[in-house]
Ligand binder design. Structure first.
Ligand code: URA
Length: 203
């Protein structure tokens, strides 16, 4: 126990900035990523969104949710009356993991072990941001926030993450992009409806 306390005194970041400096210096658990993608948004944001991991565009640009899924999220937030610039956006895993198909970098889902490796950061990050409500976008975020594998279809809606903030579970925007065209519109409407509830809950 003494050693744990000493280690905390030495290494424990005392601000989001200090935490981000640690994350930015860290090596990806799985080699390949260009850089760590840090969370983005104001400290004290009332809503924090947690995604899975940065995608190809996020890895190149160093910002969360700037690729196709991020653009869909932005549009849905806008329709739900949530100002993206006033929300905090981050990911369960901070480095892009992919396999190469020719020159294309194909996203690979992080394993439960990888998610747990990054959990320490996510927990500290959310402590520093201090949101009123944390929204898990998809199953990886749910795993990071609860330690459990829970199917989204069953858990969708308000949730308790056993933390000093409220929780809400919904789908990941990249799931909407992968749906067949015939199912897209309805699923998108349901996502926007979830975000409207999020907006109300975080008031
Ligand atoms: N998907 C995520 O989960 N996070 C991002 O930042 C981009 C896409």
């Amino acid at each position: 126990p003494v050693r744990a306390v000493e280690r905390m005194a030495r290494d424990e970041p005392d601000s989001l900035e200090a935490l981000n400096a640690v994350i930015a210096r860290s090596e990806p658990l799985v080699p390949g990523a260009t850089q760590a993608v840090l969370g983005e948004g104001p400290i004290g944001a009332s809503i924090a969104f947690v995604g899975e991991q940065p995608g190809d565009q996020e890895d190149r640009q160093g910002r969360p949710f700037v690729g196709p899924a991020g653009q869909l999220l932005s549009r849905a937030l806008d329709e739900a009356g949530i100002d993206r610039s006033q929300a905090y956006l981050t990911n369960a895993v901070k480095h892009f993991k992919f396999s190469l198909r020719g020159k294309r970098r194909i996203h690979e889902k992080p394993t439960a072990g990888e998610v747990s490796h990054y959990r320490w950061w996510l927990d500290r990050e959310l402590d520093f941001v201090g949101p009123k409500l944390v929204v898990a976008l998809g199953a990886t975020a749910v795993l990071a926030l609860t330690g459990k594998q829970i199917p989204i279809t069953r858990a969708r809606g308000p949730a308790a993450f056993g933390r000093p903030f409220g929780g809400f579970i919904t789908v990941h925007p990249s799931y909407l992009l992968r749906l067949p065209d015939a199912a897209k519109e309805e699923a998108y409407r349901a996502f926007v409806a979830d975000l409207r509830r999020v907006h109300d809950l975080a008031r």
